[in-house]
Design a protein around this ligand. Structure first.
Ligand code: FMN
Length: 326
């Protein structure tokens, strides 16, 4: 997750949970150092040269913005670290980077390719053209960036699964967007997802790189307090997102000023000051609609254990949940 993951959050990774760290906003040295932190934290679970059980996420338009050699170096750093997966999202030419991965991965050690999609057409492209190993179906409820054209997660998931039903190319599909707990995850698994991706839930951990003020804002928020907007990308001057991509975060005065057409330079100045002072009224806090059900800051390990317990409870008490949902 851009700006929030990495470092110690990666410590909770296990074989079956893939944590995605981010690349692209930082020089390659930063990524190399994060990967070495991950390697040392997960040492007991990996041999020296074994697969590193994490993924690295790339925002494709950011890769496209920099000289090819710099972007390729970012991908090569992850390949050299032998990470388990690479994740691509938000770009018009993801194929270019995925080709680079396939051409440069050491023989027999190609990472899994995850592609995040917001529509069935994007899923078809990811499967048929990009040959993605895993599709992340990201619904409109999701925190952080996503397509403003995405349908609600349940609809998106159902359409994608129906499109590939019975096809030899049927992909592994993960559900993302607005999920707060194991019950939410179980309901999408019952609908046919192979698993789920959660972002906002992990912001409410001491290990995330969010500040105390950002975490407190998340704790105080209800699900009605989030909004999709470009306000924060204008305020922090992070523009270049593909057409139709915006971000869901907590509504605050930065958003209100943007909506009312306040002068951009003024919004930027106030935003900069707020980030310095950690003023919750204007801070950037990405959040999905599930935030209203998240009421505690707890260690990432405990989040994982809770999720596991909730999922197990659900499967014990609902032997055939998919039948119930049909
Ligand atoms: C702080 C934050 C940063 C994110 N950064 C990225 C990113 O760099 N690349 C990406 O593909 N998705 C990113 N996402 C979206 C997540 O991959 C995921 O789709 C989303 O968090 C799921 O919704 P949820 O937050 O409601 O769980 C981010 C989400 C958050 C909350």
């Amino acid at each position: 997750m851009a700006g929030a993951s990495g470092g110690t959050l990666l410590k909770v990774c296990r074989r079956f949970y893939l944590c995605v760290s981010r690349a692209g906003y930082h020089p390659v040295e930063f990524l190399v150092s994060e990967l070495s932190v991950a390697r040392s934290l997960l040492e007991s679970k990996t041999s020296d040269k074994g697969t590193l059980p994490i993924g690295v996420g790339y925002i494709a338009w950011v890769l496209e913005k920099y000289p090819s050699k710099d972007s390729e170096a970012l991908i090569s750093a992850a390949l050299d670290a032998n990470v388990q997966a690479l994740w691509f999202a938000f770009g018009d030419d993801m194929g270019r980077w995925i080709r680079y991965v396939r051409e440069n991965a050491p023989k027999g050690k190609a990472p899994l390719i995850f592609v995040q999609v917001n529509s069935v057409d994007e899923a078809v492209n990811a499967v048929e053209q990009l040959k993605a190993d895993v599709i992340v179906a990201q619904g409109i409820e999701s925190g952080g960036h996503g397509g403003n054209y995405a349908p609600p997660l349940s609809d998106l998931l159902q359409t994608i699964l129906a499109r590939f039903s019975g096809s030899p190319q049927a992909p592994v599909v993960l559900a993302a967007g607005g999920l707060a707990n194991g019950i939410d995850v179980a309901s999408h698994i019952a609908r046919g997802a192979s698993g789920a991706v959660m972002g906002t839930r992990f912001l409410l951990t001491p290990e995330s790189k969010y500040t105390n003020a950002q975490r407190e804002a998340l704790l105080a928020a209800g699900s009605e307090d989030t909004i999709r907007s470009m306000a924060f990308d204008y305020a922090r001057d992070a523009l270049g997102w593909p057409e139709g991509v915006d971000g869901r975060g907590l509504r605050n005065d930065t958003v209100a000023d943007f909506e009312q057409g306040v002068d951009l330079e003024l919004i930027r100045a106030k935003y900069k000051e707020a980030m310095q002072n950690q003023d919750r009224k204007r801070l950037l806090v990405w959040a999905g609609t599930g935030v209203g059900s998240m009421n505690r800051i707890m260690p990432a390990r405990d989040v994982m254990e809770d999720l596991q317990r909730e999922l197990e409870y659900q499967s014990k008490h609902d032997v055939n949940p998919s039948a119930r949902l049909q």
